[in-house]
Ligand binder design. Structure first.
Ligand code: XMP
Length: 328
C-alpha cells in the first residue's frame, strides 16, 4: 500500500540520518514477526552495520535457532550472531517451579548474555576500525508502548515481561524503535513488503520465557526435549490441516503429573501433554479453538507414539477469562 511503502522510504532515511556514517547498531531477534521486521528494516538502512543477536536460552522451540539463522541470515541477509547460552539458562533454572521466578531468571540472564555478546561484537568491530556500537534496536509496537510491555496473568497479577532497558544504561546505547507507531497488522504488511517469508509474517506470538513457562514443573533438558517434540508435532499437524491462520496461538504444555497407560502387554506410568489453541482479537480475551475431531485424533496419536515419556494427551477447553492463554 502507499502508506507502508512511503513508511519504509521515510523510516530508512530517518534511520540513516540518525545513525550516521560509521556508528553500529545491535538488536535482539527472536524469530518472531516484530524483531524480524525491525531487523530487516535496519539491514535495508545500514547493511552490516546492524548486528542482530539471537540468544539461545535453551527453552526455544525445536530447531528454532537453526530456523532463525536460515531465515534471517541466509534468506534476508541480516548480519546475525547466535549466542548459545542454553547451558547457562538451564543451570540457573534448575529446580525452579515458580512461574514469576522463571520469568525473572530468564529476563536477567537474557540481559547478561546479550550484553556480553554486544561487548564481544563491539571489540571485534573496533579492532576492524569500523566505529562504535551506539544504538540499540527494539521492535516495540504501538500497543507495547501503551501497555508498557506487561501482561495480565492469573490471579490478576502482572506477568513480568523481560526487556532490555538495563542495556541502555549499562552500554550507554541510544534506542531506535522503528515500529513504535505501528499495530500488529501493519507490521505484518510491512514485513510482506520487505519480502519476509509468509510463514514468518503470519507466525503466532511466542513468549520471551519460552518453553520454561510451558513446563509446569522444574525445567530440565529432558523436559524441554519432550515438550519440543510434542509441540513440533502439534504445530506440524495444525499447518498440515490448513488451520494455522485461523488460530491466534497454539502450543503444547507439559504437565508435572504422571498417568497410567498401556503399551503392548505392559503398564506405563508417564507424563501428560495438554494442547492449547485459542482465537483472540487482542490476547486480552480468548476462546478455545474448535478443532475438527479427526485433527485432534491424529495429533494425539502421533504425540503418544512418537514422544517417549508421554502416554496421554488432553485438550484445554478453557476460555480467557477465567483462564489465561499460557498456563503459567
Ligand atoms: P496470557 O497467558 O497472559 O498471555 O493470557 C497473553 C499473551 O501474552 C503472552 N505472554 C508473554 N509474552 N513474555 C512474553 O513475551 C511473557 O512473560 C509472557 N506471558 C504471556 C502469551 O503467550 C499470550 O500471547
Amino acid at each position: 500500500s502507499w502508506t507502508m511503502q512511503s513508511f519504509i522510504t521515510k523510516e530508512i532515511a530517518r534511520i540513516r540520518e540518525l545513525v550516521g556514517d560509521t556508528a553500529q547498531v545491535i538488536g535482539a531477534v527472536s524469530g518472531g514477526v516484530d524483531s524480524s521486521v525491525a531487523a530487516k528494516l535496519m539491514h535495508e538502512a545500514i547493511g552490516d552495520r546492524f548486528h542482530a543477536i539471537l540468544v539461545d536460552n535453551g527453552v526455544l522451540r525445536l530447531n528454532e535457532a537453526a530456523r532463525v539463522k536460515k531465515t534471517l541470515c541466509e534468506d534476508l541477509g541480516v548480519n546475525l550472531h547466535v549466542a548459545d547460552a542454553s547451558s547457562l539458562f538451564l543451570e540457573r533454572l534448575a529446580g525452579v517451579e515458580d512461574p514469576e521466578q522463571k520469568r525473572k531468571i530468564i529476563g536477567n540472564t537474557f540481559i547478561n548474555v546479550f550484553e556480553e555478546e554486544g561487548a564481544r561484537i563491539e571489540g571485534e568491530v573496533e579492532q576492524q576500525g569500523r566505529g562504535k556500537i551506539e544504538f540499540l534496536l527494539q521492535g516495540t509496537l504501538y500497543p507495547d508502548v501503551i501497555e508498557s510491555i506487561s501482561f495480565k496473568g492469573p490471579s490478576a497479577t502482572i506477568k513480568t515481561h523481560h526487556n532490555v532497558g538495563g542495556l541502555l544504561k549499562d552500554m550507554k546505547l541510544k534506542l531506535i524503535e522503528p515500529l513504535r507507531e505501528l499495530f500488529k497488522d501493519e507490521v505484518r504488511a510491512l514485513g510482506r513488503l520487505l519480502s519476509i517469508p509468509a510463514h514468518l509474517v503470519g507466525r503466532h506470538p511466542f513468549p520471551g520465557p519460552g518453553l520454561a513457562i510451558r513446563i509446569l514443573g522444574p525445567v530440565t533438558r529432558e523436559q524441554v526435549q519432550i515438550l519440543q517434540k510434542a509441540d513440533n508435532i502439534y504445530i506440524e499437524e495444525i499447518r498440515a490441516a490448513g488451520l494455522y491462520d485461523q488460530i491466534s496461538q497454539a502450543f503444547a504444555v507439559l504437565l508435572p503429573v504422571k498417568a497410567v497407560g498401556v503399551m503392548g502387554d505392559k503398564r506405563t506410568y508417564e507424563q501428560v501433554i495438554a494442547l492449547r489453541a485459542v482465537q483472540s482479537e487482542d490476547f486480552m480475551t480468548a476462546d478455545w479453538f474448535a478443532f475438527p475431531p479427526a485433527v485432534l485424533r491424529k495429533i494425539s496419536s502421533r504425540i503418544t507414539n512418537e514422544v517417549a515419556g508421554v502416554n496421554r494427551v488432553t485438550y484445554d477447553i478453557s476460555s480467557k477469562p477465567p483462564g489465561t492463554i499460557e498456563w503459567l
